[in-house]
Design a protein around this ligand. Structure first.
Ligand SMILES: NC(=O)c1ccc[n+]([C@@H]2O[C@H](COP(=O)([O-])OP(=O)(O)OC[C@H]3O[C@@H](n4cnc5c(N)ncnc54)[C@H](OP(=O)(O)O)[C@@H]3O)[C@@H](O)[C@H]2O)c1
Length: 325
């Protein structure tokens, strides 16, 4: 039986990777602090990776596959020190945020990375991922797969970004929805289960390499049109220009009072990464409509008008719409 250790396994992506490995018949151990359940069939080892003895319960075993998703360089480094010698293969989940520039369109995995983070400096996600990649690469060389996801979407998304649009169109029905001016904007997303499938399959094959793991780059207008169709929205889409939105404290991309997936226009490389390596390694991408339909079902279950981590509340949106000429 394949012995798999997930460092994490109680979170969103790592939980789905753990569940996928269980479904594939592996013996799955998840190491986490224990506040949330592991998928059925997996075993939880409770440990805090901030502690020096975090890996004691798992370090004496041989692992066919270790998966790490941490974005804390010290945790990634301590894990490879404790476990790399006995691991046949390791998958590190990094991010497209590891790249130093968001200017070049169609950049592939050879693009320059951020300088690795240095302990003691203010936390920076991209630099933290760069330092973490460097640790696993140094310790595991030809035994590591580095997977760099773009925006992960689908049911259960704790960030509330992608689901905002299909959920808002469903909530609005025949009423207007506010959007940024869509011309020139693009989007690139990956369904959480396509990503989990890729991580599991490549781990099982002992694949060594680096891959941007995200979807085809499409116009944001195409994504929003598909979201409107999935939600049955018949009202108007009101496009407001960037200056008008920023003057009213509407934020790009994510977080409270934002329009999710709306990017500053000086980042043309952000949603236009090459995914040739992902395809070459066998990565699959489901139809966007399917992802939108299952996201909408999840959004309905969680409440279309709930308080969200990302997006405008419907009240904020209506107030902004009322200010349009
Ligand atoms: N969301 C996106 O669009 C996006 C895009 C690009 C890349 N990514 C990457 O995708 C991955 C997402 O993974 P995820 O969804 O599983 O993340 P997550 O939901 O944040 O889960 C983190 C996991 O790590 C465990 N953990 C956290 N701190 C710990 C500690 N001190 N000691 C032991 N365990 C600890 C958590 O369990 P406990 O809390 O129980 O300890 C949980 O199992 C990350 O690598 C992220 O950087 C995400």
């Amino acid at each position: 039986m394949t012995d798999v250790l997930i460092l994490g396994g109680t979170g969103w992506l790592s939980g789905r990777v753990a569940a996928r490995w269980v479904a594939d018949g592996a013996s799955v151990t998840c190491l986490a602090r224990g506040g949330r359940p592991v998928p059925d069939g997996a075993t939880l080892v409770v440990a805090d990776r901030a502690e020096a003895d975090a890996y004691t319960a798992v370090a004496a075993r041989e692992w066919d596959e270790v998966v790490d998703i941490s974005s804390i360089p010290e945790h990634v480094d301590s894990a490879v020190r404790a476990l790399a010698e006995r691991a046949a293969h390791w998958t590190y989940v990094s991010s497209l945020s590891v790249y130093a520039s968001d200017v070049d369109v169609d950049a592939d995995e050879t693009a320059a990375l951020h300088e690795p983070a240095v302990t003691g400096e203010e936390y920076d996600y991209g630099r933290a991922k760069s330092a973490a990649e460097a640790s696993v690469r140094a310790a595991l060389a030809e035994r590591v797969a580095i997977v760099r996801p773009g925006l992960i979407v689908g049911p259960g998304d704790p960030t509330d970004r992608f689901g905002y649009w299909v959920g808002r169109f469903a909530l609005a029905g025949a009423e207007p929805v506010l959007a940024p001016v869509l011309d020139g904007l693009r989007a690139q997303v990956i369904d959480v289960d396509d990503l989990a499938g890729f991580i599991t399959a490549r781990g099982g094959a002992g694949w060594h390499g680096v891959a941007n793991a995200t979807g085809e780059s499409i116009p944001l207008r195409e994504l929003l049109t598909a979201a409107r169709e999935a939600a049955g929205h018949t009202g108007p889409l009101v496009e407001a220009d960037d200056e008008w939105l920023t003057a009213r404290d509407v934020a790009h991309w994510a977080g409270p009072r934002s329009l999710p997936l709306w990017l500053p226009r000086d980042m043309p490389g952000f949603a236009t990464r090459s995914i040739r390596a992902y395809h070459a390694a066998g990565g699959g991408l489901r139809d966007l409509g399917q992802t939108l339909r299952r996201t909408l079902s999840d959004e309905r279950g969680r409440g279309l008008d709930r308080e969200r981590r990302s997006g405008l509340s419907r009240a904020e949106e209506l107030e902004l719409l009322a200010q349009r000429p």
